[in-house]
Design a protein around this ligand. Structure first.
Ligand code: PHE
Length: 355
């Protein structure tokens, strides 16, 4: 009995992990384990020998089982300690400057725009980049034969042969998100919709993938005056100038009526762009009052509600504000460019701290 006891207690103590411990447990206490076999032999013993052996054997079984349980708990504690030691991370350490990444100007400007409109009560809405024909065109009052479809240089997704449904498109503007927001949230509504858009066009100021931010405000008594004020407030905050001078030029978009393109007064004196002064005008966005057909397509009653919408290029805003000359460089992932034009990851734009 003592021999068994020493053998198994020793084996338990030296088991170095849970798998080894389980082997010891099976060898001692498992169905075919040594102690279990001894207990089975009790039945064949004469009664007095059994009376003497059984309690000792029971005690031995309990002792080994207790030792196994204790060892198991100790091994688990040690494993946890080891894991905690390995996963330990000092979150108060500053980032290593050499390895710090930068925030891309597009992301930065999107955050800045979002901040400014959030303060005006606008939520952010999103939609898919692969859009159906209806959301990208029809619902926005651009019928299949409308010339605007050609102007958009649309990328069409391929359909499998024999599938005659209209193809999906890479959305050509963020305006389809207007429709999704109207259908999803109803009126009144105040949202901006930043995101990627796609058109087959490529030169110094055009990239086949670029970014827009759409604005949409719907209420009972919204007018062009609200649009003008909102755009002025936004542009002053965004370009960090005390005043802006805007020119609303009559224009045409199928989804707004009336429509206006908005120019901002600027000067190019000495080759650098200055906003708010000078004799030049720079076109910066498209806008207008939401067309009644568009409200209807979005499930909103145009006899009760009206609204304004605008759309502008985020990349363009970034080029203007941060003096970046070539749009194509935005998407070339050149590390030197990213380090030069990128923003500190910890300097989140806020209205209080500065955009
Ligand atoms: N969707 C238009 C474009 O991409 C911009 C726009 C949005 C114009 C909303 C008016 C209102 O050119």
């Amino acid at each position: 009995m003592d021999e068994l006891r020493d053998k198994y207690l020793g084996a338990v103590a030296s088991a170095s992990d849970e798998a080894a411990l389980e082997e010891v447990r099976l060898a001692a206490l498992g169905k075919k384990g040594e102690i279990a076999l001894r207990m089975r032999e009790l039945g064949t013993m004469p009664p007095d020998q059994r009376m003497a052996t059984a309690p000792a054997l029971n005690a031995l079984r309990d002792e080994v089982a207790a030792a196994v349980a204790a060892r198991k708990a100790a091994l688990q504690d040690a494993a946890l300690d080891e894991r905690l030691r390995a996963e330990w991370l000092d979150v108060s350490l500053p980032p290593r400057p050499r390895r710090a990444g930068t925030i891309h100007p597009i992301t930065q400007v999107t955050d800045e725009v979002t901040q400014i409109f959030a303060a005006l009560g606008y939520a952010v809405a999103e939609g898919p980049q692969v859009e159906d024909d209806w959301h990208n065109f029809d619902a926005l009052n651009i019928a299949p034969e409308h010339p605007a479809r050609q102007e958009h240089d649309t990328f069409y997704m391929a359909r499998s042969e024999g599938d005659n449904r209209p193809p999906h498109v890479l959305r050509t503007h963020t305006s389809p998100v207007q429709i999704r927001a109207m259908m999803g949230q109803g009126a009144p509504l105040r949202v901006i919709c930043p995101g990627r858009v796609f058109r087959a066009d490529y030169d110094q100021t055009h990239s086949p993938m670029f970014h827009q931010v759409e604005g949409l405000a719907i209420d009972r008594a919204i007018t062009m005056a609200n649009l003008k004020w909102t755009l002025e407030e936004f542009l002053k905050a965004f370009f960090e100038v005390p005043t802006v001078d805007l020119r609303f030029r009559a224009s045409h978009f199928p989804f707004t009526e009336p429509s206006a393109e908005v120019d901002i007064r600027c000067s190019w004196e000495g080759g650098t762009l200055k906003l708010g002064e000078g004799d030049s005008w720079l076109e910066i966005l498209g806008s207008g009052m939401v067309h009644p057909k568009v409200l209807t397509a979005g499930g909103i009653d145009p006899t009760e509600w009206q609204g304004f919408a605008f759309g502008m290029g985020i990349d363009r805003l970034a080029m203007l504000k941060y003096g970046i000359p070539d749009l194509r460089a935005f998407f070339e992932s050149d590390l030197r460019w990213l380090r030069h034009y990128g923003f500190g990851a910890l300097e989140v734009p806020t209205l209080a701290g500065g955009v």
